[in-house]
Design a protein around this ligand. Sequence first.
Ligand SMILES: Cc1cc2nc3c(=O)[nH]c(=O)nc-3n(C[C@H](O)[C@H](O)[C@H](O)COP(=O)(O)O)c2cc1C
Length: 191
Amino acid sequence: MELGRLFQGCRTYRRFLQEPVPEEVILEMLDNVRMVSSAGNHQTLRFVAVRNPETVERIQPLVKWAAMLPKEIGTPKKHEQPTAWIAIVKTPESGPWSDVDAGIAVESLVMTAYSRGIGSCIMGAIDAPAIAKILDLPDGYSIRMMIALGKPACESHIVDVPENGELKYYVDENRNYYVPKRSTDELAHII
Ligand SMILES: Cc1cc2nc3c(=O)[nH]c(=O)nc-3n(C[C@H](O)[C@H](O)[C@H](O)COP(=O)(O)O)c2cc1C
């Protein structure tokens, strides 16, 4: 997939078809993430992929969807839930740069997924200790983020920031998403 189209299309998705995420896509994601940069090349993060339907379902109530939208609109309904998850896990070796490492890792994971037709939602509003218990993580390991995964069942479009500067994403009557993004001029300068 052409890189610009990948960046444009790789949006947050919060409604999914009830089809499994192919194992080969998960394997490709995990293989790509092992190659990304990390501070000092310490590679302290770990990744737990969940495809088992029972475990996938146990995680659903432990995450919060779409803070900008009413719950009945932003939260996926029973037949719209993600069909896989990946946990980004900090280890006892993770130091002060591990949040940066996690950001680099998470973007490589969602980009790889999207390039294979799988949508995602990066999630920080999670009950990390409860999910860590479900995943049976050892002491000293903690979940920094979750990624919800599945074949998208909705659209998401980038739009310009309106005159009033509002950055909140919104949905139309079909619960398709619109995500305002600042212009390149506003974000960046070339000196
Ligand atoms: C670090 C981080 C944490 C996020 N946490 C959540 C979350 O807990 N729940 C959720 O529904 N979306 C979450 N999101 C998704 C953002 O709301 C989304 O990225 C933003 O609205 C922009 O949309 P876009 O990803 O399509 O550009 C998170 C995104 C990031 C990068």
